[in-house]
Every structure is written in structure tokens, then in C-alpha cells.
Design a protein around this ligand. Structure first.
Ligand code: ADP
Length: 402
């Protein structure tokens, strides 16, 4: 830290109560700390705003504003100003009004962020902090003295913080929506389980009714388990405790397992449903995490079926350089362009109509994306509202026996 002492003896002193040192003679001795970013200045006001002169401006003004201390006038400075953001409620953004208040003694400590256009191009945020200078003879405020700081870094950090806070707020509202949604999602199968279990007792002599109810209970239990599994899984992903366990996986078998799990649902919905394997008897086996790849495919296929009421759902894979690329396509409702950026965000579920009509937790794609990244692959999709969607994801082609 360097201590700068004013050479300027003009019969001024600081407004009382402010930082600084009033000399015995009432002259203008002051202590201003000039750190790496701070440039001390004294401004003697002119008749009009912009006609003032700067005295004893620190040499650092050259680095700060690209102007030599000699060329630094109030006019030069004002011509550079693009925006003023006062840092206190009693300071007006308008220069004329704030100057009037400053001279009246209403502003004891001027603090504002000022965006300036630099002579060499580019812009910079400056922090201007100044206090009034009082003429000993007249007792009038006739100038200001203070320090100009480079505020770009601070401003940048602040903006980043605001961005992070806004994201956190978004997350909070997503979480709140999720909790609301999840309690509904859990309650629906739970109510079915409780309700139909009670009804079972009422039909001791009707095997058909009992079978029907048992079927509903069993499906509701499965659904409830899926929801709970998703919540546990996303918590593990967030806690970064998910591990990959590689084993030999036969891709055609994996596709066939997924197909078997969904073909009844597809036929109930009357949607054409099929999977395609590479023709020519190719039967690749790779080392990967069988459970996770199956889960990803199941998430994508179940979404495809959920959001498709007519047409077809198809899935399969291709061998691409060092990757196996899986794909799931549908002719369903598609994803509106404005929602596309958000669909991998956890808890996100399109609009409220979509939530009501299709259920779900908004976790499937977030979990899938996290799994794919852990496996070393990538996920992409194309979609058109009203026409359908195609999701593609890759996993490294670590071939067994090659
Ligand atoms: P969930 O399906 O439980 O709502 P996901 O994370 O799987 O959650 O999907 C998030 C959102 O992305 C869905 O709510 C839906 O709006 C959209 N979406 C995902 N897949 C499809 C699809 N195949 N067709 C249309 N919209 C989809």
C-alpha cells in the first residue's frame, strides 16, 4: 500500500465526519491509500458540470482509463460515461441532480459504479467514491475528492454471484414443483394399492374381480417402486456415489429384454413397436454397465411410448467408429423448441398440461444423461412439435474378444 500526500494547498478541507486528515492549518493535507487498482483524485467544480478540473490525479489513471493525468479533465471523463449505478438510495443516477445534492451537503459520501467507454475501445466499470471538499474561507462545498477504482473484476464476480443465485432460485422452484409433483405421483399408486387391497375383501367369491384388483395392485406397486428408485438414483448421482460396473453385454439380448418389457404396453396403446438389430447376423458383445444401459434405453422407450398415441416407436443401434450408437424414435407429440434446452434438467417436465396428462417425475432424462456421461458417451435428440422425436446416445464400443 502506498500513501499519497496531496501537494495541493488550496485552503480546502474535508467535510467533517469523513475519512481523511484535516491539518492544523485547515489546508488540504490528506491521506489516500492508493492500492493497485485505486487512483486518487481531487476535483474542483466548475461553473457547469463538466467544466471542473482534476488536480493531483494519481498516475494510475493512465492504466485505469487510458488517459494521462494531465489530459484528465471533468469533460473528458464525462464524455466517457455510459451508465451510472449509484450504490446508495440517496444518490441520484442523474449527474446534475447528484451534483446539486453534493454541493448542498445532502450527499456526504458519493459512491457509484460508472461504466466508461475507454479511448482505445472497450468498456470498464469504475467505482467512484468521493467526499466533499469545503472551502475554508466561504464554508462552501466547491469540489470532491476520492478514489476511482477498477470495478470490472468486482462487477464480474457480482454478476456471476447473481447468476448463481438465480440458478439456485430456479432450482428451488424446480424442487418445490418436484415435491408437489412427487407427492401426487406417489399418492396415485399408493391410493390404488390401499384402495384395491380393501376391495379384495369385499369380493371373496369373485376370482375375476380379485384377479383384476390384484393386477392393479401389482402394477401400482411396480410404478411406486420405479418412482422411489428414481429418487434414490438422482440423490446418488448428486452425491456422486454412482459407480460403473463393467461386464460383458450382448447388445441384441439387451434390446430384446427392453422390447419384452414394453411390447404389451405398446399393443395396448395400438402403437407399432419394434426394435432393429444390425442385419447380417452381427451379434456384438461389449464391456459396459448392463444395468445402466438397460435403464437408459428403458427411460427413452417408456418416454417414447408415453408421448405417442398413434404411429410408431422404434429403437435399435448402429456401430459408429469407437462407439455404439443407440436410437429411440417416435411419432408422438414432439418437444416444443422453447422446452428443448430444459428437458435434461432434473425435475423438468415441460408445461403443467404435460405433467397432468402424462405423469412421470421429470427425472428419467436427467438420470439417463448422467449415466451416459459416466459411461463415457453422449446423448442428443431432434424433435418437432406434433411430429415426434429421435433420441440418440452413444457408449464406447469396447468389444469383447477383439
Ligand atoms: P418424465 O417423463 O418423468 O416427465 P423425463 O426426464 O423422462 O421426465 O422427461 C422430461 C420431459 O421431457 C418430459 O416431461 C417431456 O416434457 C419431455 N420428453 C421427454 N421425452 C419425450 C418424448 N419422447 N416426446 C415428447 N416429449 C418428451
Amino acid at each position: 500500500m502506498r500513501i499519497a500526500k496531496s501537494q495541493y494547498d488550496h485552503g480546502y478541507h474535508f467535510s467533517r465526519g469523513e475519512e481523511g486528515k484535516i491539518s492544523d492549518t485547515g489546508t488540504f493535507d490528506f491521506l489516500v491509500s492508493e492500492n493497485a487498482d485505486g487512483v486518487p483524485f481531487q476535483l474542483i467544480f466548475g461553473q457547469q458540470i463538466g467544466e471542473g478540473i482534476y488536480l493531483n490525479t494519481g498516475a494510475g489513471v493512465r492504466q485505469l482509463l487510458g488517459i494521462s493525468p494531465e489530459d484528465f479533465t471533468e469533460k473528458t471523463f464525462h464524455d466517457m460515461i455510459e451508465e451510472i449505478v449509484p450504490l446508495s438510495d440517496d444518490i441520484p443516477a442523474d449527474l446534475l441532480i447528484s451534483r446539486r445534492k453534493f454541493i448542498n451537503g445532502e450527499i456526504k459520501n458519493y459512491r457509484a459504479e460508472i461504466l466508461v467507454k475507454l479511448p482505445g475501445g472497450g468498456k470498464k466499470w469504475i467505482l467512484d467514491t468521493s467526499v466533499p471538499m469545503i472551502d475554508d474561507k466561504t464554508g462552501m462545498i466547491t469540489g470532491a475528492m476520492g478514489i476511482l477504482y477498477d470495478d470490472t473484476t468486482r462487477k464480474h464476480i457480482l454478476e456471476k454471484l447473481i447468476e448463481v443465485r438465480n440458478k439456485a432460485d430456479d432450482n428451488e422452484s424446480l424442487k418445490a414443483a418436484f415435491l408437489h409433483n412427487i407427492s401426487h405421483e406417489i399418492r396415485t399408486p399408493l391410493n390404488a394399492i390401499v384402495g384395491f387391497s380393501t376391495l379384495l375383501d369385499e369380493y371373496p367369491d369373485s376370482p375375476e374381480k380379485r384377479r383384476e384388483y390384484l393386477d392393479i395392485i401389482s402394477r401400482s406397486s411396480d410404478h411406486l417402486m420405479e418412482i422411489v428408485d428414481d429418487i434414490v438414483e438422482i440423490s446418488k448421482i448428486e452425491a456422486k456415489t454412482v459407480r460403473i460396473s463393467r461386464e460383458k453385454v450382448n447388445i441384441n439380448n439387451l434390446l430384446s429384454t427392453v422390447y419384452d418389457q414394453y411390447r404389451f404396453l405398446a399393443s395396448e396403446k395400438r402403437v407399432v413397436f419394434n426394435y432393429v438389430i444390425i442385419p447380417g447376423g452381427s451379434d456384438p458383445c461389449i464391456y459396459t454397465d448392463s444395468y445402466k444401459v438397460t435403464q437408459i434405453l428403458k427411460n427413452l422407450v417408456s418416454n417414447a411410448l408415453k408421448f405417442t398415441s398413434e404411429g410408431r416407436v422404434e429403437f435399435g443401434y448402429n456401430v459408429k467408429e469407437k462407439y455404439i450408437e443407440f436410437h429411440v424414435s417416435d411419432t408422438g407429440i414432439g418437444i416444443p423448441t422453447e422446452q428443448q434446452a430444459n428437458i435434461f434438467t432434473r425435475f423438468y417436465q415441460g408445461d403443467s398440461t404435460s405433467k397432468r396428462n402424462y405423469g412421470g417425475t421429470g427425472l428419467g432424462l436427467a438420470i439417463s444423461k448422467a449415466y451416459i456421461e459416466l459411461l463415457g458417451g453422449d446423448i442428443l435428440f431432434t424433435s418437432r412439435q406434433g411430429e415426434g422425436s429421435v433420441f440418440r446416445f452413444t457408449v464406447p464400443d469396447e468389444r469383447v474378444g477383439e
